[in-house]
Design a protein around this ligand. Structure first.
Ligand code: NAD
Ligand code: ZN
Length: 359
């Protein structure tokens, strides 16, 4: 499958499917030097596949830089190390960086590419389901000790090569994490089939075809939105559906207690309850999402450990909250999101209802 993403910065291909890595040579022709920045765990499991693809493209001499697995690489320190690596690897403005790993490694490598010599090309080779979301759209960045994703840049990749063969080794919590964003894409898109997905998909027996379908469909939704609003001035905000409350839960769990998408799933349930209460949305969708997330093992009950006061505090600190008012993406109707303010009391009522329904 091939999806074209068109932004004002550039247009690029997203190639998705088994063996997609084999096409990497198509995107390296103009590069005077190629350098890989890879998640060390992913490099250990699947590094030989990328090495082979590079050798096949006549790039067998490409230097590799391994960064800590997952979120641990998104630090100022690893950002600095990556810059130094690119310099020592002899990269110039005409060189291309390859990001090989999940969303964390993609965010770091993308930001390193955005900054090195004020911006060089990079190719995303995502290895998680979640990265169907993060690898498309050009948001890159790292964390600061005081906050997640607090420094970064918009820098679109020159291509995304998404080899779905690599997803076979993902642990269950990473499947839940990435699929939550796939559900989100179905929910917010007017072309989505969320209700269908929620009754039919069961992760324990999901075949490759089904997974590929939802990944491709999710990328199309993301690509379409980013093409209309690259810098989050308008419709790109809809991609934050479930993320205000979700980020609060993720923060309360101390990042790592729960995966990003697991928290977002809880946040989507909250946003749907808020949509019922503020816009009269149909409860049937919320119930379907709750059944879906229970069936697929999302840690919904963990909310009980975090009082509303604590979550509300985190929501106010979220960088998307401006002027003390909380703005949520609501879904009055499947596929038709809108932005809506909610005051403290409205937030509390939805929180109370969520806890009641989760039992
Ligand atoms: P991740 O990159 O942290 O990876 C999760 C874990 O899975 C890591 O331990 C990693 O080593 C392992 N892993 C990766 N691929 C594997 C594979 N094929 N087999 C086995 N293990 C594998 O997690 P993620 O969920 O992909 O990304 C989360 C990050 O993405 C967060 O930092 C988040 O802020 C960021 N993000 C960015 C955007 C964006 O638009 N830039 C959007 C959403 C999320
Ligand atoms: Zn997300």
């Amino acid at each position: 499958e091939e999806i074209r993403v068109s932004t004002t910065e550039r247009a690029y291909d997203v190639r998705v499917g088994p063996g997609a890595l084999g096409r990497i040579g198509d995107y390296l022709e103009g590069a005077d030097r190629v350098a890989v920045i890879a998640d060390e765990r992913v490099a250990g499991i699947h590094g030989d596949r990328l090495e082979q693809a590079l050798a096949g493209a006549g790039r067998g001499d490409t230097p590799w830089f391994l960064v800590p697995a997952g979120e641990a690489c998104k630090t100022v320190e690893w950002f600095g190390n990556a810059q130094q690596f690119l310099l020592e690897a002899g990269c110039t403005r005409k060189s291309t960086v390859i990001a090989f790993g999940g969303g964390a490694c993609g965010d770091l490598a993308g930001f390193a590419s955005a900054a090195y010599m004020r911006g060089i090309d990079f190719i995303q080779c995502p290895t998680t389901i979640l990265a169907h979301d993060s690898s498309v759209g050009g948001k890159t960045g790292i964390n600061l000790p005081g906050g997640k994703n607090m420094t970064g840049a918009f820098h679109q990749p020159s291509a995304v090569l998404y080899d779905t063969d690599l997803l076979e080794t993902l642990p269950p919590e990473e499947i839940r994490s990435g699929m939550a964003e796939a559900v989100k894409h179905q929910l917010i898109s007017p072309d989505g089939h969320a209700r269908d997905m929620l009754v039919t998909v069961d992760y324990s027996e999901m075949d490759e075809q089904t997974l590929l379908h939802y990944i491709v469909s999710g990328i199309r939704v993301k690509a379409e939105i980013v093409g209309r609003d690259e810098r989050e001035g308008s419709v790109r905000k809809f991609l934050n559906f479930g993320h205000t409350y979700g980020h609060a839960v993720e923060a309360a769990a101390g990042y790592g207690g729960m995966t990003h998408g697991e928290s977002v799933m809880i946040g989507m349930l909250y946003a749907l309850i808020l949509s019922e209460q503020l816009t009269g949305a149909d409860r049937g969708l919320t119930d379907a999402l709750q059944r879906f997330s229970e069936r697929n093992g999302y840690p919904l009950r963990s909310v009980a450990g975090y009082p509303f006061e604590q979550l509300y505090g985190y929501m106010q600190k979220d960088k998307k909250a401006s002027y003390g008012e909380l703005h949520f993406v609501l879904l009055p109707e499947d596929g038709h999101p809108l932005m809506n303010k909610a005051d403290r009391e409205q937030c509390r009522k939805a929180d109370e209802e969520l806890r009641k329904r989760l039992g």
